[in-house]
Design a protein around this ligand. Structure first.
Ligand code: ADP
Ligand code: ZN
Ligand code: ZN
Length: 742
């Protein structure tokens, strides 16, 4: 684009990360050669009383607005856009689909520093490698300096070199020791990563011999490289899905392309990262919430500039730019954490599929318990199913059984038959895993004298007893208070804990199994950095007999010596009003069961229930997850629920009890004016938890069997809602394809 004569100003049309559904026009900066300025570059612009970072979308010849009123761009931050045209198109699509302001969507694609306008400096990380002396030195010689010995052994067990990030991931305190080893000439500093882009050295030769099912899954995906396609790898827990990923990734790397792997929560599954590091001799970029902003920015830029070929990350890593994309993998695709539940509410799985289509690359979704949506997409022949029906190696699948506990004597949630089974297992020196999805001591504190219950003053919820800390805590708003010893209502009655939490079970385990070691794994017990890793290590070293925990246990861990799994309270999942609940419960049961009998020993899974005839439980046990899913999909079809219809949920909350009502009156008027009649509008109704953290909560559900109609309505209505004066008095949000109705 040539520079126009003076007087004819060029207009920069930009997106700004603010909750406004439109773009903004600015005058082009003066004295800047505009020829090379492309959409996607970051700019600094005056906004309100301050300045904001904006993203250039278009350079236009004129503005609808009065040019004399327009302000001027302050400066241009990038020489070249950091996001490709295709990625900008993806973000534009996402902004339209989720009806979320484009500026905020683009902003979400960047790591925090770049979002705030930091300039792009790629920190070339230092790498360290063994010297020739280091290579031949027997580590036993360093017996008297154990730290140095362990670092030397780490290097000797590794490919050519290690980066600062890799060393930090291994041990927080590596620097002084590495320095000493450099002084002793066992190690040296290297300024670049010798491993980058040298395919010959990509893979260490420790791949497993695949079984025929694994091989055909690998072949199918590899044959699909270089074009779009979605594969659903359905494999029972322990069937070798990860091995399939690793071997496909190898092929992608050999083609000189990059791989993006998304997992639910890396910090919960450190073993996965280890497996990648053991297999690939290239450096691996990580992106998750436990890293610093700087580390995440470095990882993002390394992928953007093709200095790294593999990224392992959580949901927010989805938008990482790929210079040379080859494949996107989503492991545990059914997992709820792929859905962002606040701000820009998106499904990483669904956007990954759209991204694959734009980039002309395959997307591989994997799970032992695929989501009903993905199975439906297989039925519709949109996704190709790859099936691993058996466990890999010699491992066998666990046997599931229901334990009817009606009228049975219970010891803090454990039936006598379960305790007996536990003794039998422990006597064989095998491990037991107990699952209870409720942390704390007990979910309710009630007065035996007058019936008073400890409630949160800010939520419609009971306070949970945390006995060890002597506190009552609200699990919804975090408010807490001291555990009282006297009933505040009648002053005389005895306060009694009602119900079961992990802390309570832990106490009874200590009494019943005095000579055994148990650990409790939940959010409370693993808060300190490194404590989860530490517990996992003890478990795998066989120093723990009983593992007790919450859903944290359901995620991808390998406990080869666990042969008995018990789900203490399966019934609590059976009574939710949300139509997603059965699916989630079935997935949870199968995932927890999958922790049993991973090695040669067959495992057993016991579910304590008072509803032994419940069809969900019997179908799951007698016929397996696939039959359950088939039945559940048939029920959804009958009721015209997703994926046979499309939903969007408008949530509203306010501290003022009347404000939501006024808001909805205005919204209803808009709906009447703009709805063409094909979208059902249900509500407004109180949210299932009507008050939370002092806010009154309501919701309005849009539902239709014609997706296009829903989006036409939302396109028309959402920008209008944003302009309502009643909207200023409430907090509102739109959730397209809501994963739960809370
Ligand atoms: P998933 O990801 O499906 O749970 P993994 O890939 O973690 O399964 O494999 C489960 C276990 O089986 C691992 O210990 C893995 O090393 C082993 N395994 C995987 N594939 C094979 C194979 N072809 N032969 C022998 N063992 C295998
Ligand atoms: Zn609360
Ligand atoms: Zn009382």
């Amino acid at each position: 684009m040539a520079k126009l004569p003076v007087g004819d100003e060029l207009i920069f049309r930009v997106a700004i990360p603010v909750p406004v559904y439109r773009l903004f026009d600015y005058l082009a900066p003066v004295d800047v050669e505009l020829d090379n300025i492309k959409p996607g570059v970051r700019l600094e612009v005056p906004f309100g009383k301050g300045k904001k970072i904006a993203f250039l979308l278009e350079i236009a010849g004129h503005s609808e607005l009065d040019a004399s009123k327009l302000k001027r761009v302050v400066r241009i931050l990038d020489h070249k856009p950091l996001l490709s045209t295709k990625d900008l198109r993806l973000l534009d699509w996402a902004s339209n689909y989720y009806h979320h302001p484009l500026g905020e969507v683009i902003s979400a694609a960047f790591p925090a520093g770049l979002r705030q306008g930091k300039s792009v400096v790629v920190q070339t990380e230092k790498h360290y490698a063994l010297t020739d002396l280091g290579k031949v030195t027997d580590s036993a010689r360093l017996q008297r300096t154990p730290k140095q010995k362990s670092v030397l052994e780490k290097f000797q067990g590794c490919p050519s070199c290690l980066s600062e990030a890799e060393l930090s991931a291994w041990n927080d305190n590596w620097r002084p020791t590495v320095k000493q080893l450099i002084a002793r000439q066992f190690l040296q500093i290297e300024l670049s990563d010798a491993r980058v882009n040298s395919p010959a050295a990509l893979v260490r030769n420790n791949a497993l011999q695949c079984n025929p099912q694994q091989q055909s899954a690998i072949d199918a995906v590899c044959a699909g490289l270089g074009r779009f396609g979605v594969f659903l790898l359905e494999g029972v827990t322990g069937s070798g899905k990860t091995e399939v990923y690793l071997q496909i990734i190898r092929t992608v790397l050999e083609r000189g392309q990059q791989v993006l792997i998304l997992v639910p929560e890396i910090t919960l599954t450190p073993q996965l990262e280890d497996r990648f590091r053991q297999r690939f001799a290239v450096s691996i970029a990580l992106s998750h919430s436990k890293l610093t902003d700087k580390q995440r920015q470095t990882a993002w830029l390394q992928m953007q500039q093709n200095e790294c070929s593999i990224m392992l990350g959580t949901r927010s890593a989805l938008f990482t730019p790929l210079k040379n994309p080859g494949l996107i993998i989503l492991d545990e695709e059914h997992d709820a954490s792929f859905k962002q539940q606040e701000g820009f509410r998106f499904s990483a799985r669904d956007i990954a599929v759209v991204r694959g289509k734009l980039l002309h690359i395959p997307v591989l979704l994997g799970s032992a318990t695929p989501s009903l949506e993905s199975l439906h997409n297989v039925d519709k022949q949109r996704y190709q199913l790859l099936h691993l029906p058996d466990r890999a190696g010699n491992a066998t699948e666990p046997v599931l059984q229901l334990l009817d506990i009606r009228n049975k004597r219970m010891l803090e949630g454990l039936s006598e038959s379960l305790v007996e089974e536990m003794h039998l297992t422990l006597a064989k020196n095998e491990q037991v895993l107990l699952f209870l999805n409720r942390r704390g001591f007990a979910p309710t504190l009630i007065c035996h004298g007058c019936g008073w219950v400890a409630r949160c003053q800010r939520c419609d919820a009971n306070l949970v007893i945390h006995f060890d800390e002597e506190r009552l805590r609200c699990h919804h708003c975090g408010k807490e208070q001291r555990l009282m010893s006297q009933c505040p209502a009648c002053k005389t009655g005895e306060l009694t804990p009602l119900g079961l939490g992990t802390e309570r079970v832990e106490k009874v385990l200590a009494e019943l199994f005095e000579d055994k070691v148990s650990v409790r794994l939940d959010r409370d017990s693993t808060q300190r950095k490194g404590s989860l890793e530490n517990y996992l290590r003890l478990i795998n070293q066989g120093k723990v007999d009983i593992i007790l925990g919450t859903q944290m246990l359901a995620k991808g861990h390998h406990f080869p010596n666990v042969t008995l799994v018990a789900i203490l309270d399966v019934d609590s999942g059976l009574f939710s009003i949300d139509f997603h609940a059965p699916e989630k419960l079935a997935q949870m049961i199968v995932q927890v069961s999958g922790r049993a009998g991973r090695a040669e020993k067959t495992g057993k899974v016991i579910m304590q229930t008072r509803k032994p005839e419940h069809p969900l439980l019997t179908t799951l046990i007698q016929q397996g997850y696939r039959s359950f899913a088939k039945t559940a999909l048939a029920e959804r079809k009958e009721a015209l629920l997703p994926p046979f219809s499309y939903q969007a949920l408008l949530r509203v909350q306010a501290a003022d009890i009347d404000a939501p009502q006024f808001f909805f009156q205005a919204v209803t008027a808009l709906v009447q004016e703009l709805n063409t009649g094909h979208t059902q509008v249900l509500g407004p109704v109180s949210a299932p938890m009507a008050r939370r953290a002092g806010h009154y909560r309501y919701q309005l559900l849009f539902q239709t069997t014609r997706r296009q109609e829903l989006h036409v309505l939302l396109d028309a209505i959402i920008p209008e809602i944003a302009k309502l004066k009643q909207a200023k008095k409430v907090r509102w949000s739109l959730d397209v394809d809501p994963a739960d109705l809370y």
